[in-house]
Design a protein around this ligand. Sequence first.
Ligand code: FRU
Length: 491
Amino acid sequence: MNCKELNKAREYEIISEERIPNEERAYFHLTPRTGWMNDPNGFSYYGGKYHLFYQYYPYDTSWGPMHWGHACTEDFIKWEHLPAALAPDQDYDANGCWSGSGISLKDGRHALIYTGMLENKQTGEVKQTQCLAIGDGIDYTKFDNNPVIDETMLPKGASKEDFRDPKVWYDEEEQQYYLVVGNRTEDGSGAVLLFQSEDMKNWKYTTTLDRSNNEYGKMWECPDFFSLGDTHVLLVSPQEMRAKGREFHNGNNSMCILGNYDNSTHKFIRKSIQSVDQGLDFYAPQTLEATDGRRIMIGWMQSWESCRNQPHGNHFFGTMSVPRELSIENGKILQWPVRELENYRANHVNYNDVIFKDEMQLYGIKGRVLDMVIDLDMPLATAEDVVSIKLARDEENETLIQYNPQSGLLRFDRSNCGFNCDIVNVREVDTTPHNLKLRILLDRYSVEIFVNQGERVLTSTFYTPDLATEIAFAATSETRMTIDKWDIVGC
Ligand code: FRU
């Protein structure tokens, strides 16, 4: 095994990590050790810890030949960086070790399954295959007989160019490994293929679980498939999607398909579709089942569209979302920050039933690293009335949340948050009229807004200087608000 590329990356990341000032990093969200980060990979429990790998290019703050960065945690909040786990150093992954997943094996070892990316620069021919690496939580060795799944195992009409991002699990009852992988069918649009294996090494195609039929975007990237209560959830991240009302926007989305799955026939029947996150920066989520049974999801807190416009002079790029607990209620998927975050809450400030109109600030309600719960009531609101929450504010900047209580429309606007380029800054979502509960997580350069019980989430980054710590409230008609705010400390 040629470890030259990996050793080079490992040496480089130690030297470069030290050059990144702490204030540039998110405080309680995972950022890469150095360089560039995209998708979460290999999110799995192994050796008493939760491991998270990620798409990683250590040598620059832009995307390049993909490595796998590596971190671990015991509580999803406090992360420990580990040395890079994979580098593109074989003939089948020479252009990158692309996204994939991880699983603990019965024999005590940790397996990673990822996409080997190979591109013939002369002919432009692309081949994506699925490859295996086995390790001990620090060092991973690529399997001698890689790739373990290649184009010869694909069903008729499936693409060998767009064939990536395997997510693996083990079915105890059947004593079988299964994986879902993204693909494109003959109509050029996305599909999720199911494969099975007894030993992680020999795989066979089982079925196609679902497909876009050109209705929900083109390539379906980064699939995940799991049960939640008595429903089955298929997550995909479609590319080149056309907007659908306020549920999906143009371009890359993350999508959740709820349905029924029959283990014996491997048929998945789609019941409903919803957006996973309706903010500006969330993509390629991956989940694991925690040791206590919770289904936890984490996503890349960025978007492919806006990541080309990074702030100047930054030393790294990319952040993960807060890990989120998933549940299902009334046929909808709900997301909530992992409960462990509450262990890091300090300096509680509370105001009950504050009545306000026009603009105001509240003593103690400010900051850029915080967790805040807000309950808003506008009993007398008319169609034109709006209540605004202004975050990360100073004389020049603000990041806006606006709510229209009559229609229930919630608007997020980062137009004045420090960007100097022409990117999308506004998203609107439909929520409940009259009363709104928000949980807002701010972490220096990002905001995650959980609406009501987590039935909608809006995640976005912004680049406002971190001295802009004011939070203000404004309303056009009398509004009642209860607010609880904590700083997040001790990470
Ligand atoms: C999703 C994605 C994956 C691919 C990886 C490459 O963001 O395009 O489909 O494996 O990123 O970095």
